[in-house]
Design a protein around this ligand. Structure first.
Ligand SMILES: C[S@@+](CC[C@H](N)C(=O)[O-])C[C@H]1O[C@@H](n2cnc3c(N)ncnc32)[C@H](O)[C@@H]1O
Length: 396
């Protein structure tokens, strides 16, 4: 995680601009418990059309400024630039930094890196769509994109360096038919039209033998895949893990209907980095392909994430529910509160799906509440969690 450590730190007055970065506010943690905790600050940043936070806190005898994980944006060079700009704007004395942006490196092709909001609000194409989940080094995705220029590929990955590496190849090889998104594949499909995708590749997913709830494959995942696949479209698993293979076959053979093909040690035209490794070790490779045979109805997502009433923030911060509210299919937890000005600040929340909760902030200005960095994406769990938050925050 990029960060800078200062041994002498001058506080920043906001709003202030430096090197194209606008620092909008500094929020200070509110001490709501009887024991005095270390003060932490959140610095509001606007840069390159993105909005995010930096965390400033005491570390031993020094002060550390780092990226705030829940609001971190990609590419990470934007965050590093903001950290450097903050250091410059405050003329603070740096004792450690890992934020140098090496300008000799090939910059990833950002045009093809999309935020999830793009898929919620804008994405539309007449082209055939194929999706690769967890593309890693991107070897298979790039091979497919070059071999099928008429197809629109969507690459999902949660590991930022892999995304950057793949987008560098996109630039070097002039590829124009891949859109990459840094997003959990298990949540992504909710925003894709029914019956619109011809292939979904899941090659060498992490087996998660000890934490099966983190696996990409589950009943929900398979059903969502079937919804977005058009008739004859395929969900293609390739794995070296016998346990994962058995687990998936078990899930797939419990479907009410379907067509499944299994191959052992099938050769593809391209071998991924992981595949090379497993082949060298003499491991067997299993392919399980599910073919979709059904047409599904269109889905309609409720996108209203507004808060109808203003709150008395100063009253709220002194007495808010600190326990997580866990319901059957969603969770809401108010984690922390930060002051910015009278009747304004940040409310840090964890909410949404219990297995894949979202970390976000609410930005309160003169009692009016909005989601910082924009509304959450309208998953069914987020919509339910928002209703609960409204009840907690906007009650009479
Ligand atoms: C074992 S690697 C395989 C990479 C690549 N498919 C290959 O064959 O070389 C699994 C990849 O899936 C990504 N991944 C894991 N869980 C994911 C999820 N829920 N959504 C999207 N990507 C995920 C990981 O970051 C990792 O890059």
């Amino acid at each position: 995680m990029p960060h800078i450590v200062f041994n002498q730190h001058h506080k920043l007055k906001t709003p202030t601009s430096c090197d194209g970065v606008l620092f909008t506010f500094i929020a200070q943690s509110y001490n709501f418990t009887s024991s005095v905790r270390k003060t932490e600050y959140k610095v509001g940043v606007k840069s390159d059309d993105k909005e995010f936070l930096l965390t400033l806190k005491q570390k031993d005898d020094n002060v550390m400024l780092k990226a705030d994980k829940p609001t971190r944006v990609t590419p990470i060079s934007i965050v590093k630039h903001a950290l450097n700009a903050y250091a410059k704007a405050t003329s603070s004395h740096i004792v450690f930094s890992n934020t140098s942006n090496d300008s000799h490196k090939v910059e990833p092709q950002r045009e093809y890196l999309k935020e999830i909001e793009y898929f919620v609000n804008e994405f539309d194409t007449n082209k055939e769509i194929q999706i690769e989940i967890g593309f890693g080094s991107g070897r298979h995705l790039i091979h497919q994109a070059k071999a099928n220029p008429e197809v629109q590929f969507i690459g999902l990955e949660i590991h930022t360096p892999s995304i950057e590496q793949m987008l560098k190849q996109v630039k070097l090889q002039n590829i124009t038919n891949i859109l990459a998104v840094n997003y959990d594949a298990r949540l992504f499909m909710e925003f894709i039209k029914s019956n619109s995708v011809s292939k979904i590749f899941v090659h060498f997913p992490v087996p998660w033998d000890k934490k099966p709830h983190r696996r990409v494959y589950s009943n929900e995942f398979i059903n969502e895949a079937l919804r977005i696949l058009r008739v004859d479209g395929t969900l293609e698993l390739r794995t070296d893990s016998r346990k994962y293979f058995d687990y998936c076959v078990d899930l797939l053979t419990h479907l009410p209907q379907g067509k499944i093909t299994i191959d052992i040690n099938k050769d593809l035209n391209v071998s991924s980095k992981y595949e090379d490794r497993w082949k060298k070790q003499g491991k067997a490779i299993y392919d399980v392909i599910l073919q979709c045979q059904q047409n599904d109805e269109a889905i309609n997502l409720d996108k209203d994430f507004s808060f109808p009433k203003a709150i008395d923030f100063d009253k709220f911060k002194k007495n808010f529910p600190q326990k997580a509210l866990v319901e059957e299919d969603f969770v809401v937890h108010i984690e922390d509160v930060f002051d910015i000005e009278p009747n304004g600040g940040l409310i840090q929340i964890t909410f949404g799906s219990f297995n894949k909760p979202l970390n976000k902030y609410l930005y309160v200005k003169q009692g009016k509440i909005n989601y910082f960095q924009g509304n959450p994406i309208p998953t069914s769990a987020n919509i339910k969690a928002h209703q609960k938050l409204k009840e907690i925050l906007c009650h009479d």
